[in-house]
Write a protein that binds this ligand. Structure first.
Ligand SMILES: [Zn+2]
Length: 250
């Protein structure tokens, strides 16, 4: 059995390069448009959503977001009702990846144990660079109302046959990436392990990160997981969907 994989781009934001590449240089002020997406993997039996995006009806902690719809609208365009979603893999717990968790009444939520431990531990709330990046309401939903559907995992785990998560760290403590078996070969959903193709191609980390060495190790791991026949899908790169809001990746 193989999966079809779609990217659903629900928002865009005009950014600058300095927000996406670590260190200041002469190009830091240059425009650098940013896409916000979730990803859907379906094989006729399983419906897996990768990340939960942002709820357009709630205030987001960043300026300039232009919504194309909600992630749930994107699923509807693909004929998927939220109640059909069996798993929501949360690649990490930044607000732009958890915003609609409450919309999936039957889904199991797959999160690395190290990720939840970091955001609910004593340190993250004290780090100014980090604290605004997490939605306490979303974390409270996962550990409260949805706690019986929260699957905390460690390392590499097969979620359903043909779809695996792999802990890579780097961007956040428990950052995980998703490898999906498709008819066209492996599709590796990098999410924020590589925001843009340029992060990977130029070996240039993003400025928001947990560990520089682990970001570079994650770049290597993404390539290794894709292998010679696979593709790596960066998390915030507008080139992935072009001008579309829903695009089939494989
Ligand atoms: Zn993100």
């Amino acid at each position: 059995m193989t999966f079809a994989v779609h990217a659903i781009r629900f928002a865009s934001r005009p950014g600058v390069r300095g927000q996406h590449f670590l260190g200041h240089d002469a190009r830091s002020h240059e425009p650098h448009p940013t896409a916000y997406s979730v990803w859907l993997a379906t094989d006729g039996e399983h419906t897996v959503l990768v990340d939960a995006g942002i709820d357009p009806d709630r205030p987001a902690p960043i300026d300039g977001l232009v919504f194309h719809g909600s992630p749930v609208d994107g699923l509807a365009a693909l004929g998927v009702d939220p109640a059909q979603v069996g798993h929501v893999v949360l690649t990490h717990l930044h607000y732009d990846h958890t915003g609609t968790v409450a919309a999936f009444p039957a889904a199991r939520f797959v999160v690395q144990r190290a990720e939840l431990a970091y955001w609910t531990g004593p340190v993250a709330a004290r780090i100014r660079r980090e604290q605004w990046l997490v939605s306490r309401a979303d974390v409270e939903h996962l550990t409260g109302r949805a706690r019986d559907r929260l699957d905390l995992v460690d390392g590499s785990v097969e979620v359903v046959p043909g779809l695996e998560v792999h802990h890579v760290g780097g961007h956040t403590a428990g950052m995980q990436v998703v490898r999906v078996r498709t008819a066209a070969g492996p599709v590796v959903l990098a999410s924020d392990a590589a925001h843009f193709a340029e992060n990977l191609d130029a070996d240039h980390p993003p400025p928001i990160l947990h560990s520089v060495p682990d970001v570079h190790a994650a770049f290597d791991r993404l390539r290794e997981l894709a292998g010679p026949d696979g593709i790596v899908v960066p998390g915030h790169d507008p080139a992935v969907a072009g001008g579309n809001t829903v695009v089939r990746l494989a």
